[in-house]
Design a protein around this ligand. Sequence first.
Ligand SMILES: [Zn+2]
Length: 486
Amino acid sequence: MSKRIFIAALGTETNQFVPFPTGLRSYQEHGIWRGDATRHAPTNFTAPLHVWRQEAEKRGWTVIEGLATFAAPSGTTVRSVYEGFRDELLAGLKAAMPVDGVLINVHGAMVADGYDDCEGDLLSRARAIVGPTVAIGAEFDLHCHLSQLMLDSADVLIGYKEYPHTDTMERAAELFAIVADTIEGKVKPVMARHDCRMIAQYRTSVPPISEFVTRMKSLEGKDGILSVSLSHGFSFADVEDVGTRTLVVADGDRAKAEALAKQLGDELWENRERYATRYLSIEEAMDRAASHNQGPLVLADRADNPGSGAPGDSTFVLKALVERQIGPTLFGVMWDPMAFRIAEEAGEGARLRMRLGGKSGAVSGDPVDLDVTVKKITRGARQPYGPVTVPLGDMALLSSEHVDVAICTLRTQTFHADAFKAVGADPADYRVVVVKSAQHFYNGFVGLAKEILYVASPGAADPDVTRLPYTKRKTPFWPKVADPWK
Ligand SMILES: [Zn+2]
């Protein structure tokens, strides 16, 4: 018999250590679709809805599409903005009743004023509307706070496995399949999570943590295990559920889900030193850069990754590059609309002294003053991110004695070498390239980089989590304490 499926999306990644909120405009910039996201080109956040519609229509099922919106990672979402979107999404669900299934793409690390766990709040309200027997599934980013309320409210939760997130559509298809089997009575999903008592970052592109991804996949689809996820966690939030968790969805057997979640958590714990990303201090990174002879060495300015909600205008690494005279270096893409305005007024070829970066607050450090030549101005620049392209706004390339700085007017992380090429700088021509990104840059630079290193500077997305001011997490965690299980 034909079934009715409601699909929707609401999310952002909230960094609570940046000094600005996320309001309506941030959602408008990415897009707000009121029931028609799948009639537009997919974004990295709406892509799962396209998959769900296709899968449902393949079966001859009816799709009712609700609100879909996302904001680029940034500070805490304004309360009225969250409540407005939530209530609109839920009103759409209510109007769509009766439905057989609900599929929502969330982020998992969305925080609004008064709501530490937006996803738990949203899913529990959806559950209240549809009742206990309708299947609810949600897909989440692995940079997630996996709360018990999320597990209690949904039937199936599936997280991305890859970072960079190259598998959002695969995971969406898996989620659809399990929800469809649930609706048809073929499976009865039950879930369990396990707190690994770790707060860390993991780069799944490379061994040894890539082996853990392979291991998770090898367990799925047999012995009563429907799905396995690793929620890496999102470190830059002061919420109770911050940290790394395993998640297992089993068919009808909760004890089995619990046992495997714990077993995988224990494996992760045993391998924590190997799996967690290692970072260099700025001094260590500059030493490596100074002795680096074949280019380019790519340095990830991790703490100022706009993809983690950081401002994108921090100067700690820029200052070190100038002081150490590490050249020729390409730095960016730095968010500085004010500097762009000045460069645009001066025009290509102009030479002037400019104040760069450091405008967002203490997390960005002090501005850096440099004598620069405006090499190029580009309007409406874009860069690839997986199968889609994302806007950078307007860009300028500012060339100084030791470092060329690429700036943009739309806050975004550097996903790809083409972001620099858009403003006339080819990263392959430089000895050292610094990118404002944590890991999503990887696929777009690995082909040209001789070496890739990760730098821990201070900032809103400081990877040294022992320095972060958590107040709400109740259980101890590594690496703050050597053994949080004691
Ligand atoms: Zn993520």
